[in-house]
Design a protein around this ligand. Structure first.
Ligand SMILES: [Cu+2]
Length: 159
């Protein structure tokens, strides 16, 4: 009667050591899993930030680039480069409160680009597509916050 509780408590110790060991291994496994999950989860925001401004080519051959806006007055990035041809530009908002937009500043580039995203609320994402044939620097801006310096430059090179 007394031996049993003692034995149980000894076993309990053994079990709890094993449990600690197993827990440790499970913990490692969980860490490995969460590291993987974490990467693909944070891929949303950190990859978005990392790949912002990176020009890739879509399956249809159109150049693609994504710019980010947040709760401040900058475009991420504020400069990128494309070749002449078609461009598909996505503006993604990671803002929680600010509303932005994007347009190519009228009269500021070698040619007019009329496509624009007139308004993009917090968390939104919109895409425009346009063609650029004239190399040079095209300024883009958020017309709401241009006075606060929310501008950028798309450089078009001959391709
Ligand atoms: Cu803005």
């Amino acid at each position: 009667m007394t031996a049993r509780p003692v034995g149980a408590s000894d076993e309990g110790t053994g079990i709890s050591r094993r449990a600690v060991l197993l827990g440790g291994l499970a913990g490692l496994g969980a860490m490995a899993l969460s590291a993987c999950g974490g990467e693909s989860d944070s891929a949303g925001s950190s990859d978005a930030a990392e790949s912002a401004g990176t020009v890739t080519t879509g399956a249809d051959g159109v150049q693609e680039v994504t710019l980010l806006v947040r709760d401040d007055y900058i475009f991420l990035p504020d400069a990128f480069e494309v070749g002449t041809g078609r461009v598909r530009l996505t503006l993604t908002s990671e803002a929680e409160s600010l509303t932005h937009n994007i347009r190519f500043t009228p009269g500021a580039g070698p040619a007019t680009i009329e496509e624009e995203i007139p308004i993009l609320g917090p968390g939104g994402s919109e895409t425009i597509e346009f063609a650029v044939d004239q190399p040079g620097d095209y300024q883009y801006e958020c017309s709401f916050h241009v006075a606060l310096g929310q501008i950028g430059t798309m450089t078009v090179r001959e391709s």
